[in-house]
Design a protein around this ligand. Structure first.
Ligand code: R5P
Length: 317
């Protein structure tokens, strides 16, 4: 009798090698050797240097800035694995770029999130693992199964011990309401909501706050921090509404691009925690830290490989 054993292969893209190394370490495996470079004309050149024939392959690549390059590397790696005979192909995309463009805000715009999902499927990726994506609608955008993990438990563990008793969980916009409710359930805290309007990619305005924040210490939660504009606007209206100038920020993806450093430095932040889903574009200062999601990703990969439930790791409800 033959006994068939499917091997697991872990491959890192170019976007976050430290995270891929950390996941491999937790799993006790080595990353498959790969080459990611460029041809003289600038085109990307990718090659998997270890055999993946018949393997259960997991590609780790957040599509963080520069999103186009990191997305293209992911697609090329996937195509290489498929052509090299991988038995199953899962993309672990800790931060999924373009997720915010999941509908048209005005006419004659693309639905970029859908297009990226289609490209991923077209490259032969059969399943996607992502963390705290911008919206729940993303699930409907993929035809392949999406395992949508939540890093909230990791972020809660990082901030919990230093949260004042008078904290209130604040959703930095309507889209973060479900996220804030999740935090509030775990920490048994009240919630508030900042009503935000986006003026441009860099500028937002806030109109109002729902919920009682007076004399309370805000815990601002969001899926991501990009330029810090949302945080700056939310902090301003919170202070104006009588909240204490003792703000904690927790967000899964710390892109920290553009004016983020200046904006964050001007805020009355007691602490800011993001995860290591992406490599931030700027160095974190003393009251800013990262919580690792390597054990979360490793556990999800292990369970998918062994065919076990991911239920308690998912971002549902
Ligand atoms: C948007 O709806 C997201 O949840 C974040 O609030 C937003 O993308 C953060 O971007 P920024 O830091 O540039 O305001």
């Amino acid at each position: 009798m033959y006994s068939f054993h499917v091997e697991l292969s872990l491959i890192s893209g170019s976007a976050n090698r430290p995270l891929a190394d950390a996941v491999a370490k937790v799993l006790g495996v080595s990353l498959a050797a790969s080459l990611i470079g460029r041809y003289p004309d600038g085109e990307l050149r990718v090659e998997i240097q270890d055999s993946v024939r018949g393997h259960d392959v997991f590609l780790i690549q957040p599509t963080s800035p520069p999103a186009e390059e990191h997305l293209m590397v992911l697609l090329l790696l996937a195509d290489a694995c498929r052509r090299a005979g991988a038995a199953r192909l899962t993309a672990v995309i800790p931060y999924f770029g373009y997720a915010r463009q999941d509908r048209r805000a005005v006419g004659r715009q693309p639905v970029a999130a859908r297009l990226v999902a289609d490209l991923i499927e077209c490259a032969g990726i059969e399943r996607v693992v992502a963390v705290d994506m911008h919206g729940r609608a993303m699930e409907g955008i993929f035809s392949v199964p999406l395992e949508h993990l939540s890093a909230v438990p990791q972020l809660v563990a990082a901030v919990k011990s230093s949260l004042p008793e008078d904290s209130v969980v604040v959703a930095s916009d309507l889209g973060a309401t479900k996220l804030a409710e999740r935090w509030a359930r775990i920490l048994d805290l009240p919630t508030a909501l900042v009503h935000k309007q986006r003026v441009s990619g860099e500028q937002v305005t806030v109109r109002d706050i729902t919920g009682d924040v007076r004399d309370r210490s805000p815990l601002l939660v969001d899926d991501m921090i990009s330029t810090g504009g949302t945080l700056a606007a939310a902090a301003k209206i919170l202070i104006r509404a009588g909240a204490k100038p003792h703000i904690t920020v927790a967000a899964t993806h710390g892109l920290l691009v553009g004016d983020a450093a200046t904006r964050l430095a001007a805020l009355p932040l007691s602490q800011l925690v993001v995860t290591d889903s992406v490599i931030p574009q700027l160095a974190l200062s003393a009251n800013q830290s990262t919580a690792t999601i390597a054990p979360l990703l490793a556990e999800a990969i292990r369970r998918l490989y062994e065919g076990h439930s991911l239920g308690d790791l998912l971002s549902l409800g």
